[in-house]
Ligand binder design. Structure first.
Ligand SMILES: [Zn+2]
Length: 224
């Protein structure tokens, strides 16, 4: 299934006259003039960046071959790797004796149309398992010799979730099939997640970000 529904502002050119763009109407007003009689005014903005998609999936498993947390520079908000036995931020060049750590769980999620990798972010994992990366690292039973995949995370597998992902430029323009979750509703939260007020909130939030043409697994609910 293709989601090539809208053109982007970036793609506009003189090759044709008709384009399909998404806009948000911020204000619509009616007026009247002596010459033209009734008229209607619109104040609209073009929506043109990325979009959010909500999907109901089963977490088959977390990919345990990749590390479940990352070291990062809090100032630049980018991950940093150990190079020459030191952690140095590639952007601000700061060297960290002990860098900040956050979850970076890669889940392999399936619905009846296929499987996609979805990365779970720190905030959502903490909320779901009730532990920070530091809590787990400090717990010998969780990590044993350091290589064991933590039980607290393992318990999040094999369950169905409502996951809201961000579809980015990389996904649409560069063909990346790896998505990042912004919101993950656990099985026990999924009823509450469908309440009218929650839905309204997520729609408003989703409308504030924008849209790219894309191809991605079907059966995902798009908010416009
Ligand atoms: Zn930095």
């Amino acid at each position: 299934m293709s989601f090539n529904k809208y053109d982007t502002v970036e793609d506009l050119n003189d090759s044709k006259h008709d384009w399909l763009l998404r806009v948000r109407a911020q204000a619509i007003w009616k007026g009247i003039t002596k010459e033209t009689k009734d008229f209607r005014g619109y104040n609209v903005i073009f929506i043109d960046d990325c979009k959010m998609v909500e999907c109901k999936v089963t977490v088959k498993k977390f990919d345990k071959k990749v590390k479940w947390y990352s070291n990062f520079c809090a100032k630049c908000d980018i991950n940093i790797e150990l190079v020459d036995r030191k952690y140095q931020c590639g952007q601000c060049r700061k060297i960290f004796p002990y860098p900040d750590k956050r979850y970076q769980l890669t889940s392999l999620c399936s619905d009846n149309t296929g499987t996609v990798p979805i990365i779970w972010t720190d905030e959502e994992v903490i909320r779901l398992c009730g532990k920070t990366v530091y809590d787990i690292i400090a717990d010998d039973e969780e990590v044993e010799d350091g290589d064991k995949f933590p039980t607290a995370l393992q318990e999040l597998e094999k369950k169905e979730y409502n996951i809201t992902i961000i579809v980015t430029k990389e996904n649409v323009k560069e063909g990346s099939k790896v998505y990042t979750a912004t919101k993950i509703a656990a099985p026990n939260e999924m009823c509450g997640n469908h309440s009218p007020s929650q839905k309204e909130n997520s729609e408003v939030k989703a409308t504030e970000i924008s849209n790219f043409n894309m191809s991605s697994p079907p059966h995902w609910q798009f908010y416009y």
